[in-house]
Design a protein around this ligand. Structure first.
Ligand SMILES: Nc1ncnc2c1ncn2[C@@H]1O[C@H](COP(=O)(O)OP(=O)(O)OP(=O)(O)O)[C@@H](O)[C@H]1O
Ligand SMILES: [Mg+2]
Length: 495
């Protein structure tokens, strides 16, 4: 039979039946293999009963557990007790439509993947749901089951991977690491918990804490853990700029908006579209800018200086400060309404002196990083050094610890960091009082000195005691004058 002569009617009826059976068998096999693993859950939302039932039936046959909803609100309600991996939703529904549903799902701590079904000619809205609302995919109606099956499988896989990532993050956090943050103390565990809880939401977060406690790092970590991690992260330091510049940096400007505005420029808000903006040192923001900022936050719209046009914003805002904003409100330098707008959720980073048990891990991680940066081979922090590090009060917090460790790694180069590699007098009040000789001279011995340094100090004070008489000094020290001479020459003090 030639290809041309092959028509529909030529095909024997038995072939169709066989292929139907084969398809049914494949369905059952797929269904069995899915049932063997954790059953996966799907919610189908469509206002048309027939459509909804048909879809639910097909998806059930593939081995998924399915719930149905006739609009967005019902789907949300179902999701509360039936946390689905994927929501398959129609776009146009009375009441809460598909877009509304996706927006609400985005606000939840865990968001399922979503597949959007669109009628003919609704492509633009469908694309918007994918780009702006993070839908996994869209399919045009009438739905072609094999296409839906493949996309559903992929969406499930994506959801499985993302919940796996969340689990891994939780596990790491329980071992004292969250993003780049290290900390195993109860107070840092609490910080990790708060950051993990608030990250997937859209809430504005105020991060407070003394200088160097890791506010910026916490903000970056929050962004990485959020659903916006693929978008940009922008930080602007509100304290480092003259008042005249800050508004143009934040909101952007048009060409000629003010003297010096030679080019039009987008501000940080626009640059952070789809991502996260950290308003750092918010406590130092000028009052006039605070008023504009409040308006931008409330309206989710920004207008460049000198422009009549407003741009809608999709930016998660974080703010950080080492100031006590309540005090600033009382003294009239910070707007109370802005405070309440920003401090929807507050995360306070504890000072390092209140979490001394974190010092060892922090310091060892820093050693690893600085070994890499400076090509050093430091292997440990000597117990005496660690005990000094743990006693210190760290007014500059983790940043100060970082500086001390970087210097120590460079000085040590390899092996152990001993107290000699710490800045002199670093241990503050924990340094024992100097030894006072009978003649009233102070021998500056302190932990951190090497034996050679102590020996030199002893030789120097003995020489002062003998009025620089070396023979007498050698006698007192019980060494030969030649040994004394050699030691002095080694110190470069011979002359
Ligand atoms: N928990 C932490 N784990 C690891 N490194 C940290 C931690 N906290 C802070 N650091 C490090 O300490 C330094 C200071 O952190 P960061 O800049 O985030 O502090 P900050 O609170 O924003 O300080 P400032 O108020 O002075 O702006 C950075 O090098 C950061 O990497
Ligand atoms: Mg900072």
């Amino acid at each position: 039979m030639s290809a041309d002569s092959h028509t529909e009617t030529d095909a024997p009826a038995s072939v169709d039946i066989a292929s139907v059976y084969a398809e049914m068998e494949r369905d059952q096999a797929r269904s069995r293999s899915r049932m063997d693993k954790n059953p996966r859950r799907v919610i189908v939302a469509d206002d048309e009963l027939n459509q909804r039932m048909a879809l639910a039936g097909v998806i059930r046959r593939w081995g998924y557990e399915v719930e149905t909803a006739s609009d967005g609100a019902e789907a949300l309600e179902k999701y509360a007790s039936f946390p689905a991996d994927v929501v398959v939703t129609d776009l146009n529904m009375p009441g809460m439509d598909g877009k509304g549903l996706l927006e609400e799902l985005q606000k939840l701590p865990t968001t399922p993947q979503s597949i959007v079904l669109t009628g003919f000619g609704n492509l633009e809205t469908a694309l918007e749901t994918v780009h702006r609302l993070g839908a996994f995919w869209y399919l045009e109606k009438p739905v072609h089951p094999p296409a839906l099956e493949m996309i559903l499988e992929r969406a499930i896989e994506k959801q499985r991977l993302s919940s796996h990532t969340v689990r891994l993050e939780r596990e790491l956090a329980s071992r004292g690491v969250l993003g780049e943050l290290t900390g195993d103390s109860p107070s840092m565990r609490e910080v990790f918990y708060l950051l993990q809880q608030v990250a997937p939401t859209t809430a504005t977060v105020l991060i407070t804490g003394e200088s160097g406690t890791g506010k910026e790092l916490a903000a970056r970590t929050l962004h990485q853990l959020s659903k916006r991690s693929a978008g940009p992260f922008f930080a602007i330091n509100c304290a480092a700029m003259p008042e005249s510049l800050i508004e143009s940096e934040l909101f952007g400007h048009e060409k000629g908006a003010f003297t010096g505005a030679v080019e039009k420029r987008a501000g940080c808000f626009e640059l952070a579209q789809g991502g996260t903006l950290l308003l750092d040192e918010i406590g130092d923001m000028p009052l006039s800018t605070q008023a504009t900022l409040l308006r931008v936050l409330e309206e989710s719209k920004v207008r460049r200086l000198g422009s009549p046009r407003e741009v809608s914003l999709d930016v998660r805002v974080l703010a950080a400060t080492n100031r006590d904003l309540r005090e600033a409100i009382s003294s009239g330098t910070f707007r109370e309404d802005l405070y309440f707008r920003l401090a929807v959720f507050e995360v306070r980073l504890p000072p390092l002196r209140d979490r001394r048990q974190d010092i060892q891990n922090l310091a060892m991680n820093m050693v690893t990083n600085f070994n890499r940066k400076h090509g050093c081979r430091v292997t440990e922090i000597a117990p005496a050094t660690l005990s000094l590090l743990e006693k210190f009060d760290w007014p500059g917090n983790v940043r100060e610890l970082r500086n001390v460790i970087e210097r120590a790694v460079i000085l040590a180069g390899e092996g152990a960091i001993t107290p000699t590699h710490l800045p002199r007098g670093f241990a503050g009040t924990s340094v024992p009082a100097p030894v006072v000789t009978p003649s009233g001279e102070q021998l500056a011995l302190e932990p951190g000195m090497t034996i050679a340094e102590a020996e030199r100090a002893l030789i120097e004070i003995t020489l002062r005691h003998t009025g620089n008489n070396r023979t007498r000094a050698a006698q007192i020290l019980d060494i030969t004058p030649k040994t004394l001479f050699n030691k002095l020459r080694a110190y470069g003090a011979e002359a």
